[in-house]
Design a protein around this ligand. Sequence first.
Ligand SMILES: Cc1cc2nc3c(=O)[nH]c(=O)nc-3n(C[C@H](O)[C@H](O)[C@H](O)COP(=O)(O)O)c2cc1C
Length: 270
Amino acid sequence: MRPRVLTSTLLSASRLYTTATSSATCRATHALIPSNLVKTCAPLTTRTFSTSSTRSNTPSTPSTPITMAASSATLLEAFKARRSFYQLNKELPIPKEKVTSIVQENLIQIPSSFNSQSNRVLVLYGAEHDKLWDITSEVLKPLVPAESWDATAARNAGFKAGAGTVLFFIDTTVVSGMQEKFALYKDRFPTWAEHSTAMLQFAAWTTLEAEGLGANLQHYNPLIDERVAAEWNIPAHWQLTAQLVFGGKAGEAGPKDALPLEQTFKVAGA
Ligand SMILES: Cc1cc2nc3c(=O)[nH]c(=O)nc-3n(C[C@H](O)[C@H](O)[C@H](O)COP(=O)(O)O)c2cc1C
């Protein structure tokens, strides 16, 4: 499966088939996909895009439209293909505008508890990406034992060698607003916001790699939070949760094992 098709699949069904402008795309797509998938397309043309009454009725759209096809097999193939790629370069296999649109589409589509939409994102390219990893080095230098510095510096140089970084945040005012509104679930909202940012991280990671990029997930928060906020004018209530470094692939992913399903999985019922 070509990477482009995989990403189209990952981002497709829910949006293109749910808006007025998408019905033509859906009809056109019928000609290109197997008939069993057309069944998925047709009923959804009558659905309206879900928004809360307090929000705009105009659905968000990414800056560049993405063409679509769909099946669970291609989704699972993309999940399998998502790996940690640490050897990266600055040669993106697709235009950076498309990277931006894919991240935007993920941000729009990823679920959140009560559709609270607590996720926030900053994407850095080029010199801004380099700056992030210079900042990280500066922050780490006084904290890392001298004898470990070479390894830390090499690791950071590996991240800087990539083409860009997606920074994921939780808007804590959304979380506290939900806690006030739904006191019964007060304790749960911070955890649910973490679930939602994790879903977004996984989706962005998977879809970018489906386009042929390599990526790896880092967690230099909270060490770098203040410097990031100051450098990119990030509101104090945006809490940094992870950094997804991406770029062209300059090496392969390492080996990975999996526990036997006997240890990790149960099923019940007829
Ligand atoms: C929640 C989470 C946190 C992670 N944090 C880091 C990290 O801080 N640095 C890192 O290099 N990799 C991190 N990883 C990547 C994992 O080490 C990696 O996904 C795992 O070893 C499986 O390898 P794979 O990504 O190639 O499938 C993280 C992954 C997850 C899911």
